[in-house]
Design a protein around this ligand. Structure first.
Ligand code: PMP
Length: 388
């Protein structure tokens, strides 16, 4: 038996599912430079425009001068420096929880939480559209793994009622990364409370963006005291990188003792933590970023619907245009690229079969005129909906 990698790669290419990284010649900001050309960028997750904010950049540079560019070790050896500690305390206060713990990425945070909390006698219940890292975390944990219909608390309840697992953990995205819609957290919390289950929310796309102060889905939906595990990422709304889990003292202590993706990996550089402290403060205080974003979302939705494009049920900065076939999604992405817009086509297996889409993301770094220019380009390339 040989490793016939070439055949697998060719098959992927034929399916229009080949993935290719872009080599950007500048920051992934409002404008992105690629192969000598500037594009208006509608595919970053820098929702608040903080990734290239001068004050955040200056905080990073200053901290790199003081702390170096690498943390030098894992948190439990000697990699946990003062900026990490300060950021954990700030994140705990920001999210109204006893404690918070930093992870180097959101992917690792999700794997770490589930493997620390769950084992063979337990069960995990996941929304069908949960992020890959949550699905992988659930599978890796060794717990019984169940998926329920998207945003359907009744389907979750049926599964919970039938389960005789020791621990039951229900897990959802706060904002679904490829659809932009929000989980019905109060209804999910009701079902969990009635069935002796814990609820974990991955708020990668809600932190910084939702709620008046950017505290995310749990605050915008008023359920912070009903969700036992909150995971948030720092590489999206907060503009830097890494992630955190926030919760009770016992939860965080359990992660420190048992989460292998926390224990056995190098801590994020202290300069990233310091830059995040600055971006966190700015995101709390600079309400104009969320206000501008909301205005751009409304403007884009109104314009794209008028052009006949099929949008999804999303009020967040994730505004996918549903296309349908992989080839059509690729063609539309290429046509927009030609016109100077960078928007990635998202295809299966990231999204279900027949639901390829252009994932448009808006940012407070955009101007109204940028959205208008995108709408004009969408008008020119023609309307292609999922029925096309
Ligand atoms: N959860 C969700 C919902 C995400 O969208 C992402 C990133 N795409 C992650 C987790 C992983 O976060 P990170 O990029 O920090 O690994």
């Amino acid at each position: 038996m040989t490793f016939d990698l070439a055949a697998d790669l060719e098959k992927r290419r034929q399916q229009h599912r080949f993935r290719e990284p872009l080599v950007m010649d500048g920051p992934c900001g409002r404008v992105a430079r690629l192969a000598g050309r500037d594009y208006l960028n509608f595919c970053s997750n820098d929702y608040l425009g903080l990734a290239n904010d001068p004050e955040v950049v200056a905080a990073f540079q200053q901290a790199a001068g003081s702390w170096g560019v690498g943390s030098g070790a894992s948190h439990l050896v000697c990699g946990h420096q003062r900026p990490h500690q300060d950021l954990e305390e700030a994140l705990a206060a920001h999210t109204g929880r006893e404690r918070a713990l930093l992870f180097s990425t959101g992917y690792m945070a999700n794997l770490g939480v589930m493997s620390a909390l769950l084992g063979k006698s337990d069960a995990v219940f996941e929304d069908r559209l949960n992020h890959a890292s949550l699905l992988d975390g659930g599978l890796l944990s060794g717990a019984r793994f169940r998926r329920f219909a998207h945003n359907d608390p009744t389907a979750l309840e049926r599964l919970l009622q039938r389960s005789d697992a020791r621990r039951k953990l229900a897990v959802v995205d706060g904002v679904f990364s490829m659809d932009g819609d929000e989980a019905p957290l109060a209804a999910l919390a009701n079902v969990c409370e009635a069935n002796d289950a814990w609820l974990m929310v991955d708020d990668a796309h809600g932190i910084g963006v939702l709620d008046e102060q950017g505290r995310g889905s749990l605050f915008s939906q008023g359920v912070n005291d009903r969700v036992q595990v909150l995971m948030g990422t720092l590489g999206k709304g907060q503009g830097t990188g890494g992630a955190f889990v926030a919760g009770s003292h016992e939860l965080i202590e359990t992660l420190i003792q048992f989460a292998r993706t926390f224990i056995y990996t190098t801590a994020m550089p202290a300069a990233v933590a310091a830059a995040t402290l600055t971006s966190l403060k700015k995101s709390q205080q600079e309400h104009w970023r969320r206000e501008k974003l909301a205005e751009l979302v409304t403007r884009f939705r109104a314009g794209a619907s008028e052009l006949g494009y099929t949008l999804m049920d999303s009020q967040t900065p994730i505004q996918p245009i549903l296309i349908g076939s992989d080839a059509d999604a690729m063609a539309l992405s290429a046509a927009l690229r030609e016109k100077g817009f960078l928007i990635t086509a998202i295809r299966p297996p990231t999204v279900p079969e027949g639901e390829a889409r252009l994932r448009v993301t808006l940012s407070a770094a955009h101007e109204r005129a940028d959205v208008d220019a995108l709408l004009a380009a969408l008008d020119e390339v023609g309307c292609r909906t999922s029925d096309a």
